[in-house]
Design a protein around this ligand. Structure first.
Ligand code: SF4
Length: 460
């Protein structure tokens, strides 16, 4: 291992919890029915869309607003103008996958480049994973692009290039396509009257119907799906679903909803509650007897959709009392030792060893400097031993522990660098893309196999 030099660094990685679990079926009318003070139990209608005339009115108001106010987005144009049903479904599918966890403004440029490069399922199926990852770089959650491509290959090789034609089949047959994505593709591309539930829809529905129970719990999610499926406009399902999501994204926002501009405010029970409270407060202020009935949750002691008794309605929050989520789990923290292994190559340039991560799990299939997870509490010397063992397993030959040089912790180094870059010094700005030190002498684009890298190069 003579010509190899190595520098090791520790870094922290954070891993998060998984996605939403499958929701067990919730039954209509199973909400709490406790009686209060001898009076009949309050109806659970507070949480329902029980009046067909109201549902019609809500659909009409929402669609009229959408027609007038919707944002011009490239996937919306394709969903309307693309005559080929497979290409149309593919165009919607790509947008839905990119929009998961990523802002619309960020996605637009990625989407345009993607559709230019791979305008069809067939084109995507022929791309390499490296090409997909390259275009995806910066969007995050690389597994989304990888699964999208795997699914495209499946459509081409196993389904004769034909996209499944219903939400049920899309979810069943395509890897990476969950209930939401399947509903979005089917309603927007095929006009199937099926609802969708994403974060924006959850927020809007919880406010429209005063749902204050944990909105990530399976029974509540199940109820929201039932609601979305019942509400969706039968003649314009794709537009209706997009309108509901658009409303959540632009008007019924998480922290500062624009209720005064909301096209469905007359159907919103959270807003009604706020108005009643204000009316009540002002009458009390004027010393008048309250003629406005007191506002309260729909049931006592057990409505599964009302806020929990321990966290009742908070007047200072207004409509943002809804939705509510259980406290987030703390992210898992992992510490890894990373090794930058370098040698001087055949033409005198520095070469670095990078290896591919496993095909599943965090950052699956991506390339990195060799790294190994560290057990908590290891001393620096023990960390070095762990890393040496790992490198020997990679290289298939002994690695001298003495050749490893500790260069620091990635997070601390980043903080230090950030501090230096934001300092007052002038005239020392590094050019964008310029590399510090000798590493800048590497010729870009030279890629060697692991075997070639580990073979000592001929002297220059
Ligand atoms: Fe959201 Fe306000 Fe509209 Fe209700 S009235 S749906 S809280 S923006």
């Amino acid at each position: 291992m003579g010509p190899l030099r190595a520098a090791a660094a520790r870094g922290l990685r954070r891993g998060g919890g998984g996605g939403r679990g499958a929701a067990p079926a919730a039954r209509e009318g199973s909400k709490g029915s406790a009686a209060r003070g001898g009076r009949p139990a309050p109806p659970a209608a507070l949480h329902l869309f029980g009046d067909p005339a109201e549902v019609e009115a809500l659909r009409g108001s929402l669609l009229a607003w959408y027609d007038e106010c919707k944002r011009d987005l490239p996937w919306r144009v394709l969903a309307v103008t693309e005559p080929d049903v497979n290409r149309r479904a593919y165009a919607v599918w790509v947008s839905e996958i990119m929009l998961q966890q990523t802002q619309v403004a960020t996605v637009i440029d990625y989407y345009n480049r993607w559709m230019q490069k791979w305008p069809t399922l067939q084109a995507l199926a022929e791309a390499s994973l490296e090409e997909v990852n390259e275009l995806w770089a910066g969007l995050g959650y690389y597994s989304r692009g990888k699964r999208l491509q795997e699914a495209a290959r499946k459509v081409v090789s196993e389904l004769a290039g034909q996209m499944p034609r219903t939400a049920e089949d899309l979810q069943k047959l395509l890897p990476g396509v969950g209930r939401y994505t399947a509903g979005a593709i089917a309603s927007i591309s095929y006009g199937q009257a099926t609802g969708v539930v994403d974060g924006n829809v959850i927020r809007v529905l919880c406010r429209l119907r005063c749902i204050g129970a944990d909105s990530s719990s399976p029974p509540v999610i199940d109820r929201l799906w039932a609601m979305a499926n019942a509400l969706v406009d039968r003649s314009r399902p794709g537009d209706f679903n997009q309108a509901l999501m658009e409303l959540g994204a632009t008007v019924c926002t998480p922290k500062a909803p624009l209720c005064g501009e909301c096209p469905v405010k007359q159907h919103c029970r959270a807003r009604l509650r706020v108005e009643k409270e204000l009316a009540l407060a002002s009458r009390k202020l004027l010393g008048k007897l309250p003629v406005v009935p007191d506002v309260e949750d729909c049931g006592v002691g057990g409505c599964p959709l009302c806020p929990p008794a321990a966290e009742p309605w908070d007047s200072s929050l207004g409509v943002t009392n809804f939705p509510r989520k259980a406290a987030k789990k703390q992210p898992r923290v992992e510490q890894t030792a990373t090794c930058v292994l370098e040698r001087r190559g055949r033409r005198g340039a520095l070469e670095y060893l990078i290896v591919q991560r496993p095909s599943s799990g965090l950052l699956a299939g991506l390339w990195e400097f060799p790294s190994v997870p560290l057990a908590p509490g290891l001393q620096q010397e023990q960390q070095r031993e762990v890393l040496v063992d790992h490198l020997q397993a990679w290289a298939g030959q002994p690695v001298a522990a003495g050749s490893l040089r500790f260069i620091g912790e990635v997070l601390r180094a980043c903080e230090r660098q950030r501090g230096e870059e934001s300092g007052p010094a002038t005239g020392s700005k590094r050019k964008r893309g310029a590399k510090p030190g000798a590493a800048g002498s590497t010729r870009p684009g030279t890629q060697l196999s692991l075997r070639t890298f580990l073979r000592a190069p001929n002297p220059p």
